[in-house]
Design a protein around this ligand. Structure first.
Ligand code: AMP
Ligand code: ZN
Length: 145
């Protein structure tokens, strides 16, 4: 399929893959966020037990927990994958990690330990294309595999 030339390029913060999909008419720039489950949670269109919220971040329990504590810390901005992050978002990622740390303390799992995970794209195991940090704890973690 030939890329369309009449569609403005989406912001450069999106990956080449996403920009190609928008150019090709497979995705609209707005649709990316409209159809996104984590954007819907952030907009309160899907009922979720919100554990933390501020202007930039939201945290809630994972719907399919892989550990006694399995929380997701999510930026409100629709950033599809880690590949789309830019340097001006470094403080947002810092805030994401520090929020996970605070939630681990709140859960009482900080001293025993916990795991933070971010998956990127298909081979990284990403299934929701809006970046998020998994906080897992409350059991012994094993090696990756
Ligand atoms: P990932 O595979 O890294 O993209 O992680 C996506 C995570 O989102 C999975 O662990 C899902 O269980 C979780 N998830 C998907 N939909 C929801 C939802 N509506 N509420 C809470 N967690 C969700
Ligand atoms: Zn989103």
């Amino acid at each position: 399929m030939e890329p369309r030339t009449d569609t403005p390029l989406p912001s450069s913060r999106f990956s080449a893959t996403v920009r190609f999909r928008v150019q090709s008419g497979l995705l609209g720039d707005d649709d990316m966020a409209d159809d996104c489950i984590f954007c819907k949670i952030a907009r309160k269109e899907i009922p979720t037990d919100i554990l933390f919220e501020d202007d930039d971040l939201i945290a809630f329990n994972d719907i399919h927990p892989q550990a006694p504590s399995h929380l997701l810390v999510v930026p409100k901005a629709h950033i599809p994958t880690l590949n789309d992050l830019t340097e001006d978002q470094a403080s947002l990622i810092g805030a994401l990690v520090l929020r996970a740390q605070a939630l681990a303390v709140e859960r009482g799992i900080d001293e025993a330990g916990y795991r933070l995970v971010m998956n990127c794209n298909h081979e990284g195991g990403q299934t929701v294309f809006h970046i998020h940090l998994h906080l897992l704890g409350g059991r012994q973690m094993r090696g990756f595999g």
